[in-house]
Design a protein around this ligand. Sequence first.
Ligand code: NAD
Length: 366
Amino acid sequence: MSQRVLVLPGDHIGPEVVEQARRVLEKVAQDFRLALELDEGLIGGAALEASGVPLPDQTLEQARQADAILLGAVGGPEWDGVERELRPERGLLKIRSELALFGNLRPAILYPQLADASSLRAEVVAGLDILIVRELTGGIYFGEPRGIRTLENGEREGYNTYVYSESEIERIGRLAFESARKRNGRLCSVDKSNVLEVTVLWREVMERLAADYPDVELSHMYVDNAAMQLVRAPKQFDVVVTGNMFGDILSDAAAMLTGSIGMLPSASLDVNSRGMYEPCHGSAPDISGQDVANPLATILSVAMMLRYSLAAPAAADAIELAVSRVLDRGLRTPDICTDKDEKVGTRAMGDAVMEALATRELEESA
Ligand code: NAD
């Protein structure tokens, strides 16, 4: 039976980078004999223009039928004036919550070829390969009660609730342990259990789960120390698991260690490993329509999709190897280009990845 992939290009550079990623997906599907059915839908500003809402019911229905979703990016200044509920980004938040995509996987990988792009010294980051597993649908961003109230003395007070149930912690914990198992077998759980009771429970649950994963080495770190260690010696980490807010902050810091947002993919998974895959960057209206956007983050998101939702790890490996080979050739889009490199555009970068995939095939058949 074939697996269904929904493609949601979105706005500005979204369609440009998705076009290249789609070519790559179709190529590996053919090469690895994967039965995939691709469908396309509207989200964000594009959907707003066509149907008046950023996430039409039809797109949501298509998403529910899909095994995996490939998303470009949404948003742009032309929709800055529309009311909050209709903003393109609301479409994204809604699809994540409607599909219960609780587990956000954000790798921070620094290809050795790009070590100069980081703001840290090359030897500190060259070869960096961290996976941050962030809880995405709970914690303080969603906890109730929340609001701003006026006290008896007339002063206003803002409040939020930091809450995690045991089952929510277990769900993200298992995803993290499973992910560590597929990598180097080390998992660091980040909390603030010296201050916050929620994370005392978090730590307890992680400890309990560890018994089910004897092949994974579990450690714990307070979030303030984790932030420090990330910029001091980031290569000490393999997989990091943490709650929504800490993960939001740490994953952005880790992304910046690599210095190249155009290279970073992400996945958001539900309990059945159905997922939405997207580059970490936004729709970059400042460079759209110029054929300069880096498509590699989206192409690498396809690799994650093949690995986590479509059970095709060999195809995922082939894409990652192809990207590495293209970088070896010195081909760079402007965002990662130095004087020594050959500057190419979005389409030419897509062509180069396709060529590298074809070369692999030739090598294997030789
Ligand atoms: P952005 O990520 O779009 O751009 C930040 C900077 O990085 C820009 O200078 C841009 O040119 C550059 N950049 C981003 N992706 C690139 C790529 N693939 N290749 C080369 N350079 C790249 O963030 P922003 O400017 O803050 O936001 C722009 C729009 O995107 C806003 O409307 C925002 O709401 C939206 N946004 C969407 C998502 C999403 O769809 N997941 C995420 C973040 C922001």
